[in-house]
Design a binder for this molecule. Structure first.
Ligand code: ADP
Length: 543
């Protein structure tokens, strides 16, 4: 036998022990029966045989379970075969030969075909010898017994082989399982290491709303928020609207909501505060079962404070500029009222007044923008029932002199009467800005088409020009504050880059938006969408 594995050794020990104990028990039974029936012819020989079996069983019982001596595996059944031979010799009519079944079964299972042949040949030899020397009668059993023992040993050999094959398969599978387990543990460790290495908080919330994974950065952010107090007050993005517990991003994510980049403030306004930017995304469902939500949070306190500081600075500088500017413009107007002004001086004063007025408009834009973003709610509107066509017509009239000076025709034939509830002052600001852009960025001989129409529940104001258009790379940024296209930034066309941002905020405050379609070289079309609630359309007939 070539080096059995520890588990095979244990198996061998257990089956040898079982075989030996059963055989010893059968020997006791046979001895008692033979004694009672008075069939023992040579007591000494019988006791010697039985004694050998018990000694053998005793050695197996006492041998260590996990370190069965190799010699015992062969010696025990060989001694048993011989002992049974002796007992059979001493009690010829008792049928003691049946006890050979035990060593035959064991040898068949432990030594395979060689064992089967060996045990059958040995037993047949003993039977033949005993028949030959006359100690046993020759009966049918003389021939049947070796054959039966051979059959038993063979069956036991096949059964053992099957068991060994099954065990090998099981061991292979369990090794594979161990390897997969190790692989997935390594993978898990890697994911945890990566998650802990990043500086944004990551948590996973199960479909049942329980936290299942969280990284070190998340714990740090929580500890940072916790340092503001045991249960710091939470505020919305504007920093002043308090949020109740169920409105905080983490509570909403636990309730199964998904959202992108929500800003929350921890801590009271005026105190030490922290701003977190939180994103919650649903994980893809597996086997139709929701896999939960992953929540990523980032500490944006420094960025937010810097942003606010910049806005505060811009707002206060603009505010401080407004008063002296108003005074400058006032005195320039007074000076221009003087009829005695010399022609050249008048011209210089007019240039100064034009530039001062532009400066005042710029300051007004910046103040409007910073007021809107400071409150985080956009523009405060004063809506009233108006005809949008009147607002647009007013804007067209006011841009007409500038358009004429640029050699540009403004065509307002598409303006239809569209009664709506809007903030007329703010909407005029939007149309003024779109028309002014369409004129100032256009080239001489260009055309600007203006239209107002109603489509279902939406009033659409369209300002289309055939000017230079806007390049694809700049289209996405055109509504950003202070953004100006590369081509105009270094040109003589003045602008602040705030007009479109303010216009879009105003449209959005109306519940609408501004869209742009443009083709470089072929012009731009800006469309203002103003949704109107049911009934607004009938305003003209009821007023
Ligand atoms: P401003 O006109 O003061 O620069 P706006 O916010 O109104 O600021 O416009 C932002 C930029 O968009 C402009 O600087 C210009 O580059 C581009 N733009 C706006 N309207 C047009 C237009 N009709 N045609 C071409 N470019 C335009």
């Amino acid at each position: 036998m070539s080096g059995p594995s520890p588990s095979e050794r244990l198996g061998l020990h257990r089956s040898l022990l079982t075989s030996q104990l059963l055989q010893a028990a059968a020997t006791v039974l046979a001895a008692v029966a033979t004694l009672v029936l008075g069939q023992i012819e040579d007591v000494t020989l019988f006791v010697a045989g039985a004694g050998m079996i018990f000694v053998c069983a005793g050695i197996v019982v006492l041998s260590p379970r996990d370190d069965l001596p190799s010699w015992l595996i062969l010696v025990a059944p060989v001694v048993d075969v011989a002992a049974i031979g002796l007992m059979r010799e001493s009690a010829p009519v008792a049928g003691i030969g049946l006890l050979w079944a035990f060593p035959a079964i064991w040898i068949g299972s432990a030594f395979g075909v060689r064992g089967v042949v060996g045990v059958t040949a040995t037993v047949a030899a003993i039977i033949a010898y005993q028949a030959f020397d006359g100690s046993q009668r020759v009966a049918a059993s003389t021939f049947v017994l070796p054959f039966t023992l051979a059959a038993l040993a063979t069956m036991s050999h096949f059964a053992a082989r099957r068991t060994r094959a099954q065990r090998a398969l099981l061991e292979k599978q369990s090794a594979e399982l161990r390897r997969s387990l190790e692989r997935s543990r390594r993978q898990e460790d890697l994911v945890t290491e990566v998650l802990d290495a990043v500086d944004f908080g990551v948590i996973r919330i199960t479909a049942q709303g329980e936290y299942s994974v969280s990284n070190e950065a998340h714990a740090r952010l929580q500890a940072g928020a916790g340092s503001l107090g045991p249960a710091p007050a939470v505020y919305a993005a504007d920093g002043i609207t308090p949020l109740v517990a169920s409105e905080t991003p983490f509570a909403r994510a636990r309730a199964g909501e998904a959202f992108e980049g929500e800003l929350v403030w921890f801590g009271m306004p005026g105190d030490d505060r922290r701003a977190l930017n939180v994103t919650a995304r649903h994980l893809p469902a597996r086997d139709g079962v929701g896999a939960g939500t992953v929540v990523v949070s980032r500490d944006v306190t420094a960025e937010e404070l810097a942003l606010r500081a910049r806005e505060d600075l811009v707002a206060s500088v603009s505010h401080e500029l407004r008063t002296p500017l108003t005074s400058i413009i006032g005195y320039l107007e007074l000076a221009l009222d003087d009829d005695a002004l010399a022609g050249a001086t008048r011209e210089q004063l007019e240039i100064a007044e034009r530039n001062a007025t532009r400066l005042r408009e710029l300051v007004a834009d910046i103040l409007a923008m910073s007021a809107a973003s400071r409150h985080g709610v956009g523009f405060a509107l004063e809506p009233a029932a108006t005809d949008v066509a009147d607002i647009v017509a007013g804007a067209v009239t006011s841009v007409a002199p500038r358009a004429a000076a640029h050699g540009i025709r403004v065509d307002a034939s598409g303006v239809r009467s569209c009664p709506a509830v809007v903030d007329a002052h703010r909407l005029r600001q939007v149309v003024d800005n779109l028309l002014s852009n369409a004129v100032k960025y256009n080239t001489s001989g260009g055309v600007v088409l203006v239209s107002v129409e109603r489509e279902a529940d939406t009033v659409l104001i369209t300002v289309a020009d055939d000017g230079p258009g806007i390049s694809p790379s700049e289209q996405g940024r055109i509504f950003e504050r202070f953004f100006r296209a590369d081509t105009v930034r270094n040109s003589s066309i003045h602008g602040s880059g705030l007009g479109l941002a303010i216009s879009r905020d105003i449209a959005r405050a109306h519940g609408g938006d501004i869209t742009l379609t443009t083709e470089p070289g072929a012009g731009s079309v800006f469309t203002v969408h103003l949704p109107q609630k049911e009934g607004a359309a009938s305003w003209s007939s009821t007023s």
